[in-house]
Write a protein that binds this ligand. Structure first.
Ligand SMILES: [Ca+2]
Length: 287
């Protein structure tokens, strides 16, 4: 079994995140992994407990770290939260390796994992808290990487919440007549409307929600919430130094869903929501 430290190095490599290039140059996103000092022993103990699945013990050691290690403590406590919520590094590794090749494959696979783990408003808001904490990390690269992991998880969680009794996120969870909703041209098509029983709420779909300022996302899972998560995903890619060429699939998701609000004429909640759903289909976010 891989240790936390090994997983921390593996994830960016597998996702082709910028740490890959930076690692060989010696000045890197995960350089704090080998930081020296008396805190090193506490960090080592925390990671040992983390690897052993003793989260309480890990928390105690993380919280004993000095303020010099504030970013590390914040980041790794967030990874611990993700682990507890069923979206830890092990799950990410599994979904990266086992997912399909479409841009949405990782989110789809992760959503199906989370659908089995009591999705709902309470869990969603624990992830929202993690996202707010991630925003407080001062090192941009580490903040971006952490925010990236939480954003992807939160996106998957929102889909998991609407996955229905079959606990599988499929096209019928997003559109009323998915077999006829094939258009990716962003046009009004009642086949792409919200399913009668479930789906993402279209209420307030055109709103721009700032998750960090709001601190919670309450109520039914909605298009507006997913759009707000996409804004976070976009920011995370920028913070990691994204300029194309890596993390292609995540960038495609962030770019295409993030651009829906800029499409000329998409100015009603109904059209915005349908266009958003059509774009999710074209990205392969559902199967
Ligand atoms: Ca379903």
């Amino acid at each position: 079994m891989k240790t936390l430290k090994q997983k921390l190095l593996l994830i960016p490599v597998l996702l082709s995140l910028p740490a890959l290039g930076a690692l060989s140059s010696g000045c890197n996103l995960l350089g704090w992994l080998d930081s020296p000092g008396t805190d090193e022993a506490r960090l080592s103990a925390a990671r040992g407990c983390f690897d052993a699945g003793d989260f309480e013990c890990a928390r105690t050691h993380y919280e004993a770290l000095s303020s010099d290690y504030e970013d590390i403590r914040t980041a790794e406590l967030i990874y611990l939260t993700l682990e507890e919520e069923g979206a830890g590094f092990g799950t990410f590794l599994k979904t990266i390796i086992g997912g399909g090749t479409s841009p949405g494959a990782l989110v789809n696979t992760l959503a199906n994992e989370l659908a089995l783990l009591e999705p709902g408003e309470a869990k969603r808001n624990r992830l929202v808290s993690a996202l707010v904490q991630a925003d407080g990390i001062s090192t941009a690269g580490l903040r971006g990487f952490t925010r990236f992991l939480v954003s992807m998880t939160l996106f998957a969680e929102l889909l998991a919440e609407i996955s229905g009794d079959d606990t599988i996120i499929d096209a019928s969870d997003l559109a009323s007549s998915p077999e006829s909703c094939a258009s990716s041209d962003c046009v009004l098509d009642s086949d792409c409307s919200q399913p009668t029983n479930g789906g993402l709420s279209t209420e307030g779909a055109t709103a721009t929600l700032d998750i960090i300022a709001m601190e919670t996302l309450d109520g039914e899972a909605s298009i507006a919430m997913v759009n707000a998560v996409i804004a976070q995903l976009n920011a995370s890619l920028t913070e990691m130094g994204a300029s194309g060429g890596y993390s292609e699939n995540s960038s495609a998701i962030a770019d295409e869903l993030g651009a829906v609000s800029d499409i000329p004429g998409v100015n009603t909640e109904e059209l915005f929501a349908q266009c958003f759903v059509q774009t999710m289909f074209s990205l392969g976010i559902v199967e």
